[in-house]
Design a protein around this ligand. Structure first.
Ligand code: ADP
Ligand code: MG
Length: 398
């Protein structure tokens, strides 16, 4: 619960259009990730879903009902913010129970002594206690319930913040970059915990991040956003394998997808340094013949061939940088032999390509080598617009 429908949602601040006709249908119980660079409008989208920010135009529907005018507290939503403010003077127990305390709050509870007494009474309530224990067990915080936040590690504090969002069992969870303050190990641990939580509670999650690893590992569906415009909406696999444009191709994947300019002539790919590769039988290619394209090849589809290999899928290249990572080595290279480079050929970043090769292969910067391109599953993009070109398997090779 629930199915979320974004119907042409637009948000403007003054004359700055921050979200531009955002439309998508998200089925029940998905883990939807809004992914994009800083400032692209992710938090604004999340705040509109929560009802904390007005929608300028368009409709937001939960299960077929337009909720544009619905108050935040009527939307049955839990929100975890990027900066998870815990109350330092309250115990973990009281921090987790806080939404329940608030729901029983009366105006006269503002008086300091009354406030403390009321809090103690609510926390002793068997129902509240049972709910706090359920959440604490889920977030592995049972042993910390009587501690104050400052005595906890960053990851434990983050779990308290998530736990606080879980106590009410809403129908939807909204999380805004909840892991960005954590170090790498805790981040990967919390990624697994949040995914696990999604499986256990079976509710809709909308998760905002600029981190493509979080999006790929946690999302059941991803919306890639740039400058308030949806670039692509799909499963992690669809987005990784078939990026809709060069922005998505470069934003997803580490290293990003290689984009190599070449001329497509029928089934041949002609590269600037005179090398011609042939697309293998039976694999799809854009139907419009004889045009310049950007060939998109993932780093793991490029391998090292014996240096004297001359085959229909190999090209000469030379190493610029080699990064040894243990299990694999990421090499940045330029196409063409080193000796053939002219003086003016400075190493511009855009014509460096990257390959992921086995860690035990040692390649020295400056050395010539031969790359083999797996052309069976490549992408083609328009040189000017950067849009993915539709492909088809030609009759003759089918
Ligand atoms: P993200 O979360 O993707 O980093 P935001 O949604 O926070 O991006 O912001 C998107 C754009 O909207 C930014 O250019 C930001 O400056 C602008 N913006 C956000 N909130 C406001 C506001 N309350 N008033 C004016 N501009 C805003
Ligand atoms: Mg944000």
């Amino acid at each position: 619960m629930p199915r979320i429908r974004f119907n042409g949602i637009t948000k403007t601040y003054g004359d700055h259009e921050v979200i531009k006709t955002f439309s998508a249908d998200v089925p029940d119980n998905e883990f939807l990730v809004l992914l994009g660079p800083s400032g692209c409008g992710k938090s604004t989208m999340l705040r509109m879903i929560a009802g904390l920010t007005d929608i300028t135009a368009g409709e937001l529907e939960f299960d077929g009902t337009v909720v544009n005018g619905t108050e935040p507290k009527e939307r049955d939503i839990a929100f975890v913010f990027q900066s998870y403010a815990l109350y330092p003077h309250l115990t973990v127990r009281a921090n987790i129970a806080f939404p329940l305390l608030m729901s029983r709050f009366k105006p006269y509870h503002h008086l300091p002594v009354v406030n403390t007494l009321m809090r103690r009474r609510v926390l002793r309530d068997p129902d509240v206690d049972a709910q706090v224990r359920r959440v604490a067990a889920m977030m592995e915080l049972t042993d910390y319930l009587d501690r104050r936040p400052r005595t906890l590690s960053g990851g434990q504090r983050q779990r308290v913040a998530v736990g606080r969002a879980l106590i009410r069992e809403p129908s939807m969870y909204l999380l805004d970059e909840p892991l960005s303050n954590l170090d790498a190990i805790l981040r990967s641990q919390m990624r697994a915990e949040i995914s696990d939580l999604h499986h256990r509670v079976g509710k809709s999650f909308v998760y905002v991040t600029h981190d493509q690893v979080e999006a790929m590992t946690m999302g059941t569906r991803i919306i890639v956003l740039n400058e308030g415009v949806i670039q692509q909406y799909g499963t992690p696999k669809e987005i990784y394998d078939s990026p809709a444009n060069t922005f998505v191709a470069r934003f997803i994947g580490s290293p990003p997808m290689n984009l190599i300019r070449c001329r497509l002539d029928g089934r041949s790919l002609r590269f600037p340094d005179g090398v011609t590769l042939k697309l293998p039988e039976g694999c799809a290619s854009p139907s419009a013949p004889d045009r310049d394209v950007l060939l998109g090849v993932r780093a793991e589809k490029i391998s090292v061939a014996p240096s004297d290999a001359v085959a229909s899928d190999t090209m000469p290249a030379h190493i610029i940088v080699s990064e040894y990572l243990g299990a694999e080595t990421v090499v940045a290279f330029k196409l063409g032999r080193r000796a053939d480079q002219t003086e003016q050929d400075t190493v511009a970043k855009h014509d460096l390509q990257q390959a992921r090769i086995p860690g035990e292969l040692h390649l020295t910067p400056g050395a010539d080598f031969t790359v083999r391109l797996d052309l069976t599953n490549v992408s083609f993009f328009d040189v000017d617009s950067g849009e993915r070109l539709p492909v088809a398997v030609p009759e003759a090779t089918r």
